[in-house]
Design a protein around this ligand. Structure first.
Ligand code: HEM
Length: 242
């Protein structure tokens, strides 16, 4: 009868295969390819660009992109390396790339700020590879959009509407020309009419803050309420220092 006992070389091979597959099982990163993948925060963090040769991923509003081709921006030493391996949606508008700034929460941002984060997500759809969703604030553990994401989309849509209205309102009043040089400083001027500072329409609704712009008015319009003459500028001068 042939012996059933495995030869020492076969045993050695089997043990080696088992060890290699165990090592692979626990050390190799999950593949990036499938665009239906639901990522966890911890998995995403493995693709933060510190590992040379490995893909770099970034999350924004819970959508995950492969940004490897932008390694100069997102890899170590790149100006935007802090976006790699995490969802730091808020930093796309705050520009705060440190500590608490690196959060996915958009709490307290205005509708136009929220819209600008949505615009960044569009930029990544256009420029990089979509590789799935991140389970957490914006997608639940089944990969479905959360109430928070729907709220963000609705707020961004309101922001877009307000910006559109603002553009229409501003188009009704011609803007001043402006120039600035180190030697002469700044000035504004009107080819027709006289420069006045006016409050930007809808700005408070948009950003919660007041903001002014320079617009040109005909002489008969100069007594309208809300028009502010530039300090140091004559009433009927069409050039004003700023
Ligand atoms: C809220 C602040 C800011 C954010 C969130 C931001 C974000 C970004 C991101 C994500 C990229 C990379 C885009 C890509 O993948 O191609 C980028 C590129 C760039 N940013 Fe910013 N940025 C900010 C402010 C600034 C400022 C203040 C400047 C200039 C003074 C600036 C100059 C640039 C330039 C020149 C590039 C292109 C670099 C290149 O293609 O080589 N950014 N920005």
């Amino acid at each position: 009868m042939a012996s059933r006992v495995a030869s020492p070389s076969f045993l050695g091979l089997a043990i080696s295969i088992a060890i290699v597959s165990l090592v692979l099982r626990f050390s190799v990163k999950p593949p990036v390819q499938s665009n239906q993948r639901l990522w966890t925060k911890e998995e995403l963090a493995m693709y933060n660009g510190t590992d040379d040769g490995s893909s770099i991923l970034l999350g924004i509003l819970g959508t995950v992109f492969d940004v490897t081709k932008g390694r100069t921006h997102y890899g170590p030493g790149g100006g935007y390396q802090h976006f790699a391996g995490r969802d730091a949606s808020r930093a796309f508008v705050s520009g705060n790339f440190t500590g608490d700034g690196l959060t996915d929460s958009l709490h307290g941002l205005s509708s136009t700020e929220v819209k600008s984060v949505v615009d960044w997500r569009d930029f990544y759809f256009r420029s990089y590879i979509y590789v799935g969703r991140l389970a957490g604030r914006y997608y639940d553990s089944l990969g479905n959009p959360t109430k928070y994401l729907k709220g963000v989309e609705a707020k961004a849509a309101r922001g877009a509407q307000l910006l559109e209205q603002q553009k229409i309102e501003e188009a009704k009043l011609p803007s001043c020309n402006s120039r600035w040089s180190q030697k002469d400083g700044g000035e504004v001027w009107c080819d027709e009419g006289y420069p006045r500072l006016v409050q930007r329409p809808l700005e408070i609704a948009l950003t919660g803050k007041m903001s002014h712009r320079c617009a040109c008015f005909k002489e008969e319009e100069l007594e309208k309420p809300g028009l502010e003459l530039y300090t140091g500028c004559d009433r009927l001068s069409n050039v004003c220092p700023v």
